[in-house]
Design a protein around this ligand. Structure first.
Ligand code: ZN
Length: 494
């Protein structure tokens, strides 16, 4: 291991390491649990339930079929009286990684080398005294507060840390969840925070931004389109920690949906690892809504053949020696499935210019501003519509609502090995039917479920739904009249 530690150096890249193609590499998922003063038992029970997928042929180099495992970054003062020793040891015995989250959980932004040595070194001494914990490879700083002294201490030969996971990633506007940087070494410093300087050989497994589900995609994740998560969180992306969701009142189903959405972005993008920060205390028992959400997300993640839930250090190990998924020299083909939405346009098209602060307007001139149409009452200049008496509010401008009217299973972008069959189940919403199915640009005329036998090329499948006229003619848009119609037809009412 010493040689790997000396030789590791990898510049930050948006592509997988080793020249591998995105389709050939696992999507690594990990959760770093911080603090861990309580709740660890619950999380261990949840991970016990899920195994990583296996591919055919399977390979241990890509963790096929292994138990899902993660990393616990402990704050050791929480174990002052030894009450947590048993559960922290149990986590290690199950193959979860133990990391360092300092001794006293202090904001270290202005720490000296000596202060970092105390916080990091004392915690290491404590953790290494526990049974079954022989190495500490990784560190996360409390409050994500650090300075360059921290990285000098992590590099100190007495500790042998291999990675830090405290620096943000993907926060710039261009970061979209599909193009984040893969982990990198700090040989050239950090592109995300040049102030820390270069620390050759130390890996950075960044704190990735979590993209918030756009309103138009909420229904794809079982959420109501009218309950905007972007509004609730006040942002289109947030730092990827459970705390940031919980403090904004995100519900369990919303929590699970956010993680699933980010997983889907990675699968559609460059497969940079999906790393999420959590606090075990937020999962007090298995029935708690966030425990249910975590379990729901793991079920979803491990249903995707490319996903591997592994501890942070295993991601470092794989990146030091990147291995493609094993193949039978069969190539894989991509099947992309999408539902083409109906665009419902409502409101006024507002085909007028946008209000300009410098322009002059006469009575009855119209402008568009803040999504509304405004009419000047009299000559005006520099008076903001909505904030002055100069403009009459004519109403909302046009908005486009996307209506999908159904779903498919599976959905999204999938990989199918050459020669294998692919079956697509198509599920119209109540009152809707399949309009048409387009496969690689041509109308598909077969029956559903749609079956593609012995796949030899990539396929793009687009499903269009339409209103079911037979259903429509008998009902109004409510369940009661549907029941009446269903009885007429001898159908069950639900
Ligand atoms: Zn913490």
């Amino acid at each position: 291991m010493t040689s790997a530690l000396e030789s590791a150096s990898l510049e930050a890249s948006r592509m997988p390491p080793g020249g591998l193609m995105v389709e050939q590499v696992p999507l690594f998922v990990s959760i770093g649990f911080d603090d861990n003063q309580s709740g660890v038992e619950t999380t261990l029970k949840i991970f016990d339930k899920y195994k990583n997928p296996t591919r055919s042929p399977s390979s241990s180099a890509t963790y096929d079929g292994t138990a899902t495992r993660v990393t616990y970054f402990h704050t050791t003062n929480y174990n002052n009286f030894g009450v947590l020793t048993a559960v922290w040891e149990e986590a290690a015995s199950k193959g979860h990684e133990t990391g360092n989250h300092t001794k006293k959980h202090i904001n270290g932004m202005y720490f000296s080398l000596q202060q970092w040595h105390e916080e990091v070194g004392d915690a290491n001494t404590h953790l290494l005294s526990l049974n079954g914990i022989d190495n500490i490879y990784g560190f996360r700083t409390p409050f994500l507060a650090y300075n360059s002294n921290l990285f000098k201490v992590l590099k100190d030969s007495r500790y042998r840390f291999e990675y830090d996971c405290s620096i943000g990633e993907g926060e710039k506007a261009s970061g979209n969840g599909m193009n984040f940087h893969w982990p990198y070494t700090l040989d050239w410093g950090s592109h995300a925070d040049p102030a820390i300087g270069a620390h050759p050989g130390l890996w950075e497994l960044p704190v990735y931004a979590l993209m918030v589900i756009p309103d138009a995609a909420l229904e794809n994740y079982g959420l109501s389109a009218s309950n905007s998560l972007i509004q609730k969180l006040g942002a289109t992306k947030i730092t990827g920690f459970d705390y940031n969701l919980i403090q904004k009142g995100v519900s369990g189903p919303e929590f699970a949906a956010l993680l699933k959405y980010n997983l889907d972005l990675r699968l559609a993008g460059n497969r940079a690892p999906l790393l999420f920060g959590a606090h075990a205390a937020n999962y007090p028992n298995e029935g708690h809504e966030y425990s249910v959400a975590l379990s729901d997300f793991l079920a979803y993640a491990t249903s995707k053949s490319a996903v591997r839930v592994v501890p942070f250090i295993e991601i470092v190990r794989w990146m030091e020696n990147p291995q493609a998924f094993a193949t039978n020299s069969k190539s894989a083909h991509r099947v992309e499935v999408s539902v083409v939405p109906e665009e419902v346009v409502s409101g006024n098209p507002c085909e007028v210019e946008i209000w300009s602060t410098s322009k002059t307007y006469n009575a009855d001139n119209e402008v568009k501003y803040n999504g509304k149409l405004w009419r000047a009452k009299w000559w005006t200049q520099g008076n903001e519509p909505g904030n002055s008496q100069h403009w009459e509010d004519i109403g909302e401008c046009e908005t486009i609502t996307l209506l999908y009217h159904g779903t498919t299973n599976p959905t999204g972008s999938l990989e199918i090995l050459e020669g294998e069959d692919f079956t697509l189940t198509i599920l119209p919403d109540e009152g809707y039917a399949v309009d048409r199915i387009v496969v690689n640009g041509e109308n598909f005329s077969g029956t559903t479920p749609l079956k593609l036998s012995s796949l030899l090329e990539s396929k793009k499948i687009e499903v269009h739904f339409k209103m079911d006229s037979s259903w429509r003619s008998h009902t109004a848009d409510n369940a009661i009249s549907f029941d009446v119609w269903a009885q007429d037809q001898g159908l069950s009412g639900d």
